[in-house]
Design a binder for this molecule. Sequence first.
Ligand code: HEC
Length: 192
Amino acid sequence: MRFLFAILFSISLFLSCGREKPADIEARVVEARALVREFGGTLKPILVSHFKQDGPVAAIEVCSKSAPEIAQNISNKSGWDVKRVSHKPRNGQSGRADEWELGVLQRFIDARKAGADVDTLEHYEVLSMEDGSRTFRYMKPQKTLKLCTACHGTSIDPAVSAKLLERYPNDVARGFKEGDVRGAFSLKMRLN
Ligand code: HEC
């Protein structure tokens, strides 16, 4: 019996050694926040300037091209997997949230319903897989601004709507109101 306890104790010690210390997690959170700021801070000025100069129809092209490029560049240089996802995606491939992301998006939506400002929310977690691997995951919601409603709102200009449907025939990223959770930045980093 004592032997069994000794074994169990060693196993639990081994497992807890494999876990990250709070300071390591905090460091990941700081990194993730900075990458989100970089992503948003690169994409938004591009979107805004094209929107103002050339109008929303032309800005669709920019959004389609620039957003995935920026996500890829930031992923490549940082070693994180960085993307934008939604519970109502426009891009049915890269924009579709997985099961975990859908659960977190729902938390954000519930918090918003309860009166929270979407900009103050975030969520992170270390997920352990059956094969023993662990992944740090971070999500930060994206709030629907007035500008966003031109392409994601309830009454989209017919020319904009037609252009969107031409490129995204299964587009469901519509019907959002100012302040709503439009989607989220989602970041992953494997820890072992
Ligand atoms: C000019 C039109 C336009 C505007 C304005 C616009 N978007 Fe989008 N949005 C798009 C297009 C097009 C895509 C699909 C991009 C792709 O193929 O990766 C998209 C995709 C997204 C996605 C990725 C998930 C998905 O649905 O595929 C998020 C999140 C998003 N937009 C948030 C926003 C937010 C927040 C704003 C306002 C700050 C905004 N968008 C403004 C056109 C627009």
